[in-house]
Design a protein around this ligand. Structure first.
Ligand code: ADX
Length: 199
């Protein structure tokens, strides 16, 4: 496509910034049903990483949809656009040297694959927060499952909108069968060496 945009190459690179901060920046991408525990895990993981000297930033569905993405609905196209924008924002943060932790349902496999594609190698960790729909529905922290069952919320993931499970995620965390501390420990043990040594 001819758009007359020529990227400007600045002198300070992603690698320069990583060396200055002392970490390998990457994206820790949580995917799973509403109520599966993505935001809770993201928050606890961030606390643990922060205490261990890692610079992080959380991008969370409910928060981002109040600002940058407040014009988007839960239709298939808007969910795609939601994830596309978040991927681009995540890429910028990675370029800045920061470890990004995201918490979005991100129901479509193609969209999650797209994120992996726009990032470089070793910059994307996909974590499937696996929790049966019945348990998420029992938890119903925000009361949205009840509303979806009553027809008050349309296109609700798991009820009348699909969720495509990851086929080969880097980690699977079952929040219904493990204590939160154990889940965080497992994730931390996996990501910390990747952040510190980039391998
Ligand atoms: S995504 O599908 O586009 O990735 P995202 O993670 O940004 O979703 O937002 C999900 C959050 O929005 C849910 O946790 C829930 O609180 C709220 N929400 C409101 N309506 C819906 C809906 N129809 N389907 C799913 N989540 C919804």
């Amino acid at each position: 496509m001819e758009n007359n945009i020529i990227p400007h190459l600045h002198k300070i690179s992603k690698q320069n910034r990583r060396i200055l901060i002392g970490q390998h920046s990457l994206v820790i991408w949580f995917t799973g049903l509403s109520g599966s525990g993505k935001s809770t895990l993201a928050g606890k993981l961030e606390e643990t990483l922060f205490k261990n000297g890692i610079g992080t930033y959380i991008l969370d569905g409910d928060n981002v949809r109040m600002g940058l993405n407040k014009d988007l609905s839960f239709s298939e196209n808007d969910r795609k656009e939601n994830i596309r924008r978040i991927s681009e924002v995540s890429k910028l943060f990675v370029d800045a040297g920061i470890v990004v932790i995201t918490a979005f349902i991100s129901p479509y496999k193609a969209d999650r694959d797209m994120i992996r594609d726009i990032l470089d190698e070793k910059e994307f960790i996909e974590i499937f927060v696996k929790c049966p729909l019945e348990i998420c529905e029992q938890r119903d922290v925000k009361g949205l499952y009840k509303k979806a069952r009553n027809g008050e919320v349309r296109n609700f993931t798991g009820i009348n909108s699909i969720y495509e499970e990851p086929i080969k995620p880097d980690l699977v965390i079952e929040t219904h069968s493990m204590q939160i501390e154990e889940c965080v420990k497992q994730i931390y043990n996996y990501v910390f060496p990747l952040i510190k040594q980039g391998k």
